[in-house]
Design a protein around this ligand. Sequence first.
Ligand code: HEM
Length: 422
Amino acid sequence: MSSAEPNEPVAEPEYDPFEAFNRSAGIGVVENPYPMFALIRAEHTIKQEDLGEAMVADAADAELLNLNMDESINVFTAFGFDAVQQVLKDGETFSSAGYADIMGPVFGHSILEMDEPEHHTYRGLVQQAFSRKAMETWERDLVRGVVDESLDSIVDAKRGDLVRSLTFPFPVLVIARMLGLPREDLPTFHRQAVEMISAGFEFDRAISASNKLFEYFSEIIAERRRHPSDDVISVLVQAELEGEHLDDAQICSFLRLLLPAGAETTYRSSSNLLFGLLTNPDQLDALRADRGLMNQAIEEGLRWEPPLLGIMRTATRDTEIDGMAVPAGSVVAVNLGSANHDERYWDNAEEFDIFRPPRQHIAFAWGPHMCLGLHLARMETRVALTQVLDRLPNLRLDPEAEPPFITGAVFRAPNALPVVWD
Ligand code: HEM
């Protein structure tokens, strides 16, 4: 572990966050779980299984989620759209408190593990920084510039890997700049962020990075309380709802969660969308010719390959899901990827098709915990894809490179996106 603190100017030059992240994520294990989901859905929309089967198809993902595979516990997984939606809509019967064991040690008491009424008040405070209106300002003043800078570094080469050069780094840079972190802190911030979200690979290192980020954010929060500016941390220190304010620990937990919740998901979803387009060149051509297709392309990318396949709840009472009895205390895993491919809702669900009739997918979840950053995620993806199409003419997969593939059992993204352009 480096002794560098976030306000020291330079991180060790040989550190490569992308390499470190891929090592920790065990990239390359599960290629396509969707045929298996379809087989299960044909028999069950909700299925009782053991904990290992329910959430993970490989040990790397189990470790990443800090799951105890030996635990003997009732586990049900919802595979059908209706079953998934029923669980996510009803936060009283299906509690989020179980995340405290999985994520609490690294992120503290975060919004993800809160139930009502605490969740409602807290969410009301933090969401003030993520309104649709705020996104218009961030798009104009920040996101376009960040994407442009990333593309500046590769545009003349006419060949590159879009994951490494664009989709992996840009969402972290966006979040760092939205928080108003000084530019010179970014290399160390990125390093500690990657170390923190690599808890399954090196737990002690993740805890140490989390503690360092806590100290780092605490200093910045104190500074913003004295001199508020217009960044997200300033909005959070000033946020007020019915006389309630956020204290420093609450803000710190939220800020640390933003890295996995906001940066990792957007990196994966924008990569998956580019993969869908690059492997379906007729659809890429159609989008290039008609940017009015942009929003439906983004939604189809999220439906077809959501970056995060599984989330969890715990049943607070004896209940029923789609006719199956679920006893109080059971873990209920919901498979967002399988729900997004439910043939009862989508024809040819396995196909990437930006022209399919619009229908609300469930990649951002549903109900009280529905993604707080969805306006940001959509805006970032739109800006990135627009600049890619504008600045990398005739973009296509590199015919001389190994064909890329999407991989991962819980978190999914392509291993690379080798491309060429004119
Ligand atoms: C395409 C990108 C994204 C996807 C697919 C996604 C997906 C999700 C999902 C499935 C949840 C529900 C988790 C659960 O209840 O267990 C969630 C919650 C959340 N997301 Fe996102 N997310 C994305 C981007 C972002 C971004 C950019 C932010 C940045 C602000 C963000 C912040 C959050 C937060 C704070 C929560 C917790 C909300 C709550 O518990 O009330 N997400 N997201």
